[in-house]
Design a protein around this ligand. Sequence first.
Ligand SMILES: Cc1ncc(COP(=O)(O)O)c(C=O)c1O
Length: 387
Amino acid sequence: MIRKDYLPFGKPNFSDEEVAAVTRVLRSGWLGMGSETVAFERELAEYVDAPHVVAVNSCTSALFLSLLVLGVGPGDEVICPSLTWCSTANVAMHLGAKPVFCDVDPDTLCVTPELVLQRVTSRTKAVMVVHMGGIVAEVEEIRSALKGRVAIVEDAAHALGAKFRNGRPVGSSGELTCFSFYANKNLSSGEGGAVALFDRGVADRLRSLRQNAMPIDAWQRFTHPKSILYSELSDLGYKMNYTDLQACIARVQLRRQPEFYVTRLEIAKRYCAGLRSLPIKSQLNILDPYHARHLFLIRLTDECLQRDEILLKLRARNIGASIHYAPLHLMPLYKGLSRAGLPNTEALARCIMTLPISGSMTAEDGEYVVEHLAEIMQQKDDDGVTV
Ligand SMILES: Cc1ncc(COP(=O)(O)O)c(C=O)c1O
């Protein structure tokens, strides 16, 4: 039986608590960036064990401002995976720098120290390390390999709740670590992002840049009796601030992370058990306690299997299977850049797929996906070829 409703790959879970928080902020008369945002930044800083968190309007903005404060600009190279969301590379382009695409490990789907080193030149200014799907990339090892000569920005859009091998949360490495609170993320406020970092001076600069580089923000201008004295502008900033309307949702979502974590773990366990008999490999360490399991990434291991066909059949059964990601180096936007030396990425591009996983899924949803995936993969098409 085909279910009636569509099962998205990352459906957020909102309760009466989030609804009450929104109502409270709407009734407060202040929707912009203010006390809720400040409270959320403090709570998130505690959660990710970083001294400073600066909330912005998206992870894309967080990545952009991170490269900006590192001084990335024209003539610089920024190493990043090709197997990522376009924001990771686009922000380098926006600053006039050149993204240099790096291959990924076929089991983790992340860059490794060896692969990064192959791309370093005298022009390399930064490396963007993506914690793909919520697995934790080897940040410490990459930092050692780079010997402190190149800055690292962690793209942790998928990795809120993930932990390094030493048990400390992603966000606590001391590198600029960027999170996303987009609609389908582990913590969702519709849109939103944040940078976790250790340097107070850099945090202050980010706070300024996110709100047009005004010396004091709108909330302070609104509430400060002498605000007129502080309105001089001396830097060129951006309009990339978070809002209290989003922060009040994010605060509830942050408190509910353990609940969502358990739900995603149960779904992942069900998938792993169900996939055992199929020619499918899940991402390495998907059941590992350190994995955030934002995405449930799988790889077809039988070359005869047509990934796109399987994906479309899942969609026809109302299962929001998806692809994370189509490699950036094959996109028209990036065709002028080097395409050499990305064999793992190109092989993965043909056989990876993402199954739905989220804090709002039920055990029955998981069961439905497993049953239908198995059925589709065991079907024969008219020529007798397995699809
Ligand atoms: C790996 C990665 N980086 C960056 C982003 C950008 O996040 P946002 O939509 O919050 O700008 C995404 C969004 O999905 C992502 O998956």
